[in-house]
Design a binder for this molecule. Structure first.
Ligand code: HEM
Ligand code: HEM
Length: 183
């Protein structure tokens, strides 16, 4: 079914904000973990991995949903370069939202670590081997990809603020319907 052209469906909004808050949770979990020791640190890492694998599933669902539901066009007055920049940032965000959990999953697989989902079940490990050394390289990649994600999120949020306070259009309203719609 085609979506109304001026608003996102509840599913799109829910997926956008659940994933955004999950990313924030990931950063907070790791920050806290880096400052504590003992069994609590292990628990936080299990939660980090579980939330990370959930982000992978939610992102795949989101991409599927997005392919089935056409994007809402940006306001007609948006310059071509801005449309291209928005497109590129969104595609890269999806790529990174997959690359983050994938590098974690690959590291766990290479290291032969259990990959529990909140203690409910274990994700299968990929048959890649490589041991601690390969796991370390995937973890290095995990950190590097995260830097890319920080840059993309910064650009993304700045663009949203530019729409709200400089262009003064309804782009932010359609992702945060609580913000009043402009006439
Ligand atoms: C980790 C944080 C975030 C991630 C990963 C993320 C990711 C994305 C992605 C991938 C899209 C593209 C949707 C599509 O397929 O067309 C999108 C759209 C959007 N995001 Fe975010 N986002 C995040 C945080 C935020 C925040 C904090 C804001 C507001 C300040 C925001 C505002 C928007 C808006 C307004 C759109 C719609 C753009 C349009 O309609 O063309 N996002 N976001
Ligand atoms: C979108 C999902 C994820 C995000 C945003 C994320 C984010 C992060 C960040 C920011 C760090 C700290 C990196 C550094 O200090 O260089 C980290 C570390 C780590 N992540 Fe993730 N991660 C995600 C998914 C996963 C998954 C799925 C796994 C495992 C299956 C995982 C396993 C780890 C491990 C083992 C560490 C090292 C922890 C430590 O030594 O304290 N992550 N992650």
């Amino acid at each position: 079914m085609a979506e109304p052209r001026n608003r996102y469906s509840g599913v799109s909004l829910a997926l956008h904000w659940i994933i955004a808050f999950a990313i924030l949770t990931q950063v907070l979990l790791i920050t806290v973990r880096d400052n504590i020791d003992g069994p609590m640190a292990r628990e936080l890492l299990i939660i980090h991995k579980s939330v990370g694998m959930s982000i992978l599933v939610l992102t795949l669902a989101r991409i599927g949903w997005r392919l089935a539901h056409p994007a809402i066009p940006l306001p007609a007055s948006t310059p071509r370069w801005e449309k291209l920049a928005a497109r590129a940032t969104h595609v890269l965000l999806y790529v990174v939202l997959i690359a983050m959990p994938m590098t974690g999953w690959l590291a766990a697989s290479a290291g032969g670590r259990d990959l529990s989902w909140f203690g409910v079940f274990d994700w299968p490990l990929m048959p890649i081997g490589g041991g601690r050394e390969a796991a370390g390289r995937f973890m290095d990649l995990h950190g590097i990809v995260m830097k890319g994600l920080y840059v993309l999120i910064a650009l993304h949020v700045l663009a949203a603020l530019k729409h709200q306070f400089i262009n003064r259009d309804n782009v932010l309203h359609r992702m945060i319907p609580l913000i009043p719609r402009r006439p």
